[in-house]
Ligand binder design. Structure first.
Ligand code: NAD
Length: 412
């Protein structure tokens, strides 16, 4: 099963409970536009390499397409399609006026020099500039892309649009019209969800334990925020190493270590025991946070999970059969379309600020973020408890209702 099959299965499960009808079902499962481009790049040594790039625009019934751009060797049609559809549901769950889209380039960015990475990004924009724009489709950072990538995209796009238009991307550096609080927003949102789930279960937050796979943007900010509330990070892992520390890692020091490491990894962090992915997922912790790639929580992994709460920092980390197993085991699973929606929420704030040319303080951003996520949390959990649905099914039902209504109102 591909990530696309997984995303479709979750959608279909909710759509059939709602009985939305085949017309709406067809409309909501078909992307509006799928662009595939070949990005030719002149390497530093004079060779030419060609990388495949994608931009999928899934649905814009509720507003402009919105979604990240990832650089990863495994980026392909099915993955980008699945991720684009998740963005449609995510923006609807948190009630921000965007649709869903996603992009990717099949490349290992760690094999490129900074100059090659910049040229690749600019060449990619050359090929997709006519389908993006502040009121059309607004990319953002995702796996292996960051604020620097967004700065290059905005600059290159400006060469086509007749001037620098900051609202064409979000997740930009603060100095070029980025928003306070955007970098940490997804991880903060993940942390809020972990806290609220523990509170709903009547478990203490201070002193709780967490295991996190992925210590990039999402994982590290989730760890740092949870750390502020006394939650101990006892297992952590990424593409290069898995580490354990029963006393709890210093998340700030670990983040500084990753930032300084050439591999951008937790590998080599002092004072930790060696661990493995199997040990991390099976750890006896209160909260488990997959915050790396999709499809990692398989049925086999789900069987081993001992956490009481799993918060999906990553997009699509859990395959449907594993999700059913976890729900049956009594694990509270907070789905990606709610759990990691903090990023797109502050992206929306960034876009609003760009439009107004008026910028907010970090406290204001953080307060507004918490308010929006809490409202979405209450709606999802309220619907779930009213109809005895797991949080993922409830979140999908809410989202499908919003997008379906918008599509019907606008007409085909
Ligand atoms: P990132 O590039 O900053 O970090 C990715 C992390 O995953 C790194 O720690 C990396 O080492 C790890 N990783 C990569 N391959 C791995 C592997 N094979 N095994 C174990 N670990 C591996 O990316 P990010 O922005 O933190 O995104 C992480 C996840 O969160 C992705 O699924 C992404 O789609 C999702 N997400 C990100 C945002 C955002 O705002 N950045 C928003 C919503 C969802």
């Amino acid at each position: 099963m591909s990530h696309l099959d997984d995303a479709l299965e979750y959608f279909t499960h909710a759509a059939r409970i709602m009985d939305v009808g085949s017309n709406i079902e067809k409309l909501l499962t078909t992307p509006v536009r799928q662009l595939k481009v070949e990005v030719a790049l002149k390497m530093d040594d004079g060779r030419v390499e060609v990388f495949t790039g994608y931009r999928v625009q899934h649905n814009s019934a509720r507003g402009p397409f919105k979604g990240g751009l990832r650089y990863h060797p495994q980026a392909d049609d099915a993955e980008v399609n699945a991720l684009a559809s998740l963005m449609t549901w995510k923006t609807a769950v948190v009630g921000i006026p965007f649709g869903g889209g996603k992009g990717g380039v099949a490349v290992d960015p760690f094999q490129l020099s900074p100059g090659e990475l910049e040229r690749l990004t600019r060449r990619f924009v050359d090929q997709i500039h006519f389908v993006i724009g502040p009121s059309l489709d607004i990319p953002a950072p995702d796996v292996n892309t960051n604020s620097q990538t967004m700065a290059w995209i905005a600059d290159q796009y400006g060469k086509y649009s007749g001037g620098f238009e900051p609202g064409v991307v979000t997740g930009k550096p603060i100095q070029i019209n980025g928003s306070q609080g955007r970098e940490e927003a997804t991880g903060r949102g993940v942390a809020f969800c972990a806290r609220w789930a523990l509170e709903d279960l009547g478990l203490p937050v201070d002193g709780a334990t967490v295991a996190i796979q992925g210590f990039g943007n999402v994982g590290s900010w989730a760890a740092r925020t949870l750390g502020e509330w006394g939650v101990r990070l006892v297992q952590v892992g990424d593409h290069a190493a898995y580490l354990a520390n029963p006393e709890g890692f210093d998340a700030e020091a670990l983040a500084a270590h990753v930032a300084a490491s050439p591999e951008r990894s937790v590998k080599g962090f002092p004072g930790a025991d060696a661990s493995s992915a199997e040990e991390l997922f099976a750890a006896d912790v209160d909260v488990l946070i997959p915050a790396a790639l999709g499809g990692v929580i398989t049925e086999q992994v789900a069987r081993s999970v001992r956490a009481k709460v799993m918060v999906e920092g990553a997009n699509g980390p859990t395959v449907p059969a594993a999700h059913r197993l976890l729900v049956d085991k009594g694990v509270t699973v907070i789905p990606d379309i709610l759990a990691n929606a903090g990023g797109v929420t502050v992206s929306y704030f960034e876009w609003v600020q760009n439009t107004q040319r008026y910028y907010w303080e970090k406290e204001e951003v953080n307060q507004r973020l918490e308010r929006i996520l809490r409202k979405a949390w209450d709606r999802v959990m309220g619907l779930g408890s009213k109809h005895k649905l797991d949080p993922r099914t409830a979140a999908f039902i809410l989202a499908i209702r919003e997008v379906g209504t918008a599509a019907s109102l606008r007409g085909i």
